[in-house]
Design a binder for this molecule. Structure first.
Ligand code: NI
Length: 265
């Protein structure tokens, strides 16, 4: 597997800004690609609906800049069925997301991409993304793709990277919570300073617990938060989370590209 190139600019690593001959020539030396995956869902009364997509995209572009690996457009809709009780949420059913990711992987594999690295910003996508990878492997083989055997997909959840979780615990303790967390909100404040105007102290959140559907979620978590205090978030901490996530995922991606069996999912 070829070495990733030297650090690049945002323009050169965005697939959207490349021409097809440029992608074809990239593929002569590189087999990796990053797919940012988010969600469009409520993030409490003060958080942006686009939090999971904004954060996944920012981490993906930073990892792309550091490694020279191409970054596809962000898939901003994810599996958010349990958030549909809140205005503005747009959800894909698990079967829809599965089909979508399957088709993305197969399209990329057809051109010769063999290391599909999905940078995810939403816990609700995890099970479905893994199922989509399994389906894509089966389809690549049954369609007789020449590189079916060499195709690898990996899901990287930036918010679960070791250093990110460590810093979140250090800064916020239990008040990190499980949804609309100060760590993800901090990253959005760093990316979009206008969001600072929404920040205000909030009452004690309902604790995290099992969720059975959108109505149940809203009953248990009336303002959308699960045990979190997003008012603790700051743009400065957001810059730190972005750097820590990008550092951890850059190392993980490089191991994945170099075919380290321990790094593959
Ligand atoms: Ni989120």
């Amino acid at each position: 597997m070829p070495e990733p190139s030297l650090p690049s600019s945002t323009e050169t690593i965005r697939l959207q800004l490349r021409s097809w001959p440029e992608v074809e020539s990239y593929l002569e030396r590189h087999k990796g690609v990053i797919v940012p995956l988010g969600s469009t869902e409520q993030h409490g009364p003060t958080g942006a609906i686009g939090t999971d997509a904004l954060t996944a995209e920012a981490v993906a572009l930073e990892v792309g800049r550091r490694t020279g690996v191409l970054v596809t457009p962000t898939q901003a809709f994810g599996m958010a069925e349990h958030h549909l009780g809140f205005a503005g949420t747009i959800s894909l059913q698990p079967s829809t997301l599965l089909a979508l990711l399957h088709d993305v992987v197969l399209s990329l594999a057809r051109h010769g991409f063999e290391r599909i690295y999905v940078i995810n910003g939403h816990g609700g996508n995890i099970a479905t993304a893994r199922a989509a990878f399994a389906q894509a492997h089966a389809s690549a083989a049954s369609r007789g793709l020449s590189n079916a055997d060499r195709l690898r997909c990996k899901l990287a959840n930036w918010f679960m990277a070791g250093p990110v979780m460590h810093t979140a615990r250090e800064l916020y303790g239990e008040r990190e919570g499980h949804h609309a967390t100060p760590s993800e909100i901090a990253l959005t404040l760093h990316l979009e300073p206008s969001l600072e105007a929404k920040q205000r102290p909030l009452p004690e959140p309902a604790p995290a617990g099992p969720i059975h559907g959108p109505e149940d979620f809203r009953r248990r978590h009336p303002d959308g938060r699960m045990g979190s205090d997003p008012y603790l978030a700051s743009a400065a901490a957001g810059a730190r989370f972005l750097d820590e996530a990008a550092t951890a995922l850059t190392a993980d991606l490089e191991a994945f590209l170099s075919d380290d069996p321990a790094a593959a999912d």
